[in-house]
Design a protein around this ligand. Structure first.
Ligand SMILES: Cc1cc2nc3c(=O)[nH]c(=O)nc-3n(C[C@H](O)[C@H](O)[C@H](O)COP(=O)(O)OP(=O)(O)OC[C@H]3O[C@@H](n4cnc5c(N)ncnc54)[C@H](O)[C@@H]3O)c2cc1C
Length: 526
């Protein structure tokens, strides 16, 4: 068995785990971050893309509102390349109660959430597709955030401070020495090897799976409730600022512009299993109906992809066990020495992607309190690599498209027209991730994420990977098949109207021209 020893093992490579390993490494500890799959393949890659201003919670959850407002300013400063400062609007729909706006403004001013009421005419000037029947509009500082980029840049910062990041390492066992944790045993999915990581402390940041990890250490009944929500990407930016309904948080009340598309969401239903998150047709319909209230004609636009994620909500004794919509979005740290008599293990859950840095600060402070070795937290002061927008980011904001293209993509083949992904960007990332799947590359490069959903770029990317010698024919076939299969998961729930035509075209390309179904059996790709 392969083995290594560190001070701290962080379990879970979502936003929380990435923030935690960064903080731990910056405070001088040796640390390793493990995830069973790629970074941000859990909820942090399956969320709505909103960098909250705090507005959404000013009435329902003032504490979360305050945290979001403070962290929004920090994340925008330290991870600028992951954020688009779109701004946001809260608008009263034609049938919504206009008086909610007064509660909103009061809550915003009490909780430090910048908010200014503007005229309906001004709101319609800023967002011409908005429903002309809206009754009030309040401008806030919502933004759009790329979860993959946020997590990877935090992880890169941790690595610069000496931390190791092991993706595709699933935790299968936790060892203890008497009443103290002593090691984490992982299964390396790429090599099939077992890996033992000896440690003094384990920080459980496994999100909706945190209860499973705690149970491996013998701590039962850690109640993290997976709150499932669906989101749908539309084929272009119907809005350029985040548009929210000015009502108590509800289903389908936010549209977020994300890169080339915009995303409507979401629902909130208790899920029995965070690994089985369906996208029910009635919820899809609910999203289109809700979109229509904000943007007339929304239903006629083309939906390009749907997905669902699981909020790691802390069970709240004040609300019913199945009522995830009303559970707090606040964070909480569980001390297993107090609760279960096991030293060296802390679990964190709840919170938001927007507040991930603060969550990390809290759990690392709690660890240091137990170790008796306090160090100041510096994560809010220091930018992550690529934090400043210096043009080096792999992705782009729509407003920067032409600029980026002129700077570095004019003389290079474009693999993905929707996302302006060049051959060079693809081959550089492939060299960094030689064992990566096309989905691993997608998460960092947005390959196949635009309006055609991989119809044209998937075969080009596979061909280039083969041409440069990065993969043999068998693996190329395996990569192509897996990518198409995964794209399909997000397509079939939204097959209607123009999307049926696009999918039929893509299918014709792959089945008709390439005859993918009859290619020789490809290699199995993890
Ligand atoms: C529908 C929806 C919409 C949302 N929208 C927003 C939004 O717009 N803005 C916002 O700020 N927040 C939003 N959130 C909340 C936010 O996405 C989550 O709070 C946040 O991403 C949780 O991050 P995490 O790191 O705690 O969990 P995750 O990202 O799920 O990370 C946990 C990790 O643990 C890993 N893991 C599990 N088991 C094991 C194991 N045995 N071994 C190793 N690793 C393991 C998983 O693979 C996963 O990567 C949304 C959530 C949902 C569900």
């Amino acid at each position: 068995m392969k083995s290594l020893d560190v001070d701290v093992v962080v379990i879970g490579g979502g936003s929380t785990g990435a923030g935690v390993v960064r903080d731990v490494a910056m405070r001088g500890y040796t640390a390793v971050l493990v995830d069973r799959v790629d970074l941000a393949q859990g909820t942090s890659g399956r969320f709505h893309g909103l960098l909250h201003s705090g507005g959404r919670y000013v009435v329902s959850d003032p504490n979360s509102a305050r945290e979001c407002a403070e962290e929004n300013e920090i994340i925008t400063r330290i991870q600028a390349s992951a954020v688009e400062t779109t701004g946001g609007l809260f608008v009263t729909g034609p049938d919504d109660d206009p008086e909610f706006g007064d509660k909103f403004l009061k809550g915003a001013s009490e909780n430090g959430v910048p908010a200014t009421e503007i005229t309906v005419a001004e709101a319609l000037k800023r967002e011409p597709r908005l429903n002309p029947g809206i009754k009030r509009a309040i401008a806030v500082q919502d933004g759009s955030v790329d979860g993959w980029q946020l997590v990877w840049t935090a992880a890169q910062s941790a690595m610069e401070y000496g931390a190791k990041v092991l993706t595709y390492h699933k935790v299968v066992r936790i060892e203890r020495d008497g009443d103290t944790v002593s090691a984490v045993i992982c299964h390396d999915a790429k090599t099939g090897e077992a890996v033992r990581i000896g440690c003094h402390f384990i920080l459980n940041c496994a999100g909706a799976w945190a209860g499973q990890i705690a149970a491996m250490a013998g701590c039962h009944d850690v109640e993290v409730v997976p709150g499932r929500g669906i989101m749908i990407a539309m084929n272009h930016r119907l809005v350029n600022t985040v548009v929210n309904r000015l009502i108590y948080p509800s289903d389908g009340d936010v549209i977020v512009p994300v890169h080339t598309v915009c995303v409507i969401g979401t629902t909130d239903v208790k899920a029995p299993d965070p690994d089985n998150l369906p996208i029910p047709r009635d919820e899809v319909q609910q999203m289109f109906d809700a979109g229509e209230v904000l943007i007339p004609g929304f239903r006629k636009a083309r939906a390009v992809h749907a997905w669902s994620g699981a909020r790691p909500l802390v069970k709240d004794s004040r609300v019913g066990a199945g009522d995830t919509r009303h559970m707090s979005r606040g964070m909480s740290v569980l001390d297993h020495s107090e609760r279960d008599g096991l030293k060296g293990l802390l679990t964190i859950s709840g919170g938001k992607l927007t507040t991930y840095r603060l969550m990390a600060e809290h759990i690392v402070n709690a660890m240091e309190e137990q170790l008796g070795t306090p160090h100041p937290c510096r994560t809010a002061q220091e930018a992550c690599p690529g934090g400043a927008t210096d043009g080096s980011a792999h992705t782009y904001h729509v407003t920067h498209r032409l600029h980026d293209r002129e700077q570095d993509r004019m003389h290079d083949q474009i693999l993905c027209e929707c996302e302006l992904l060049s051959r060079r960007m693809f081959t550089d990332k492939l060299a960094e991730l030689p064992h990566g799947s096309l989905d691993d590359l997608r998460r960092q490069l947005r390959l196949g994420m635009g309006p055609c959903q991989g119809g044209f770029c998937t075969m080009r990317a596979t061909g280039v990977a083969h041409e440069v010698g990065a993969v043999d024919t068998e693996r190329a076939t395996g990569l192509l098949r897996l990518f198409l299969k995964n794209r399909w998961l997000g397509l079939w729930p939204i097959l209607y109207g123009d999307q049926v035509r696009q999918t039929a075209l893509d299918n014709w390309i792959f089945s008709g021209t390439l005859d993918v179904e009859h290619l020789p059996q490809g290699a199995e790709v993890v």
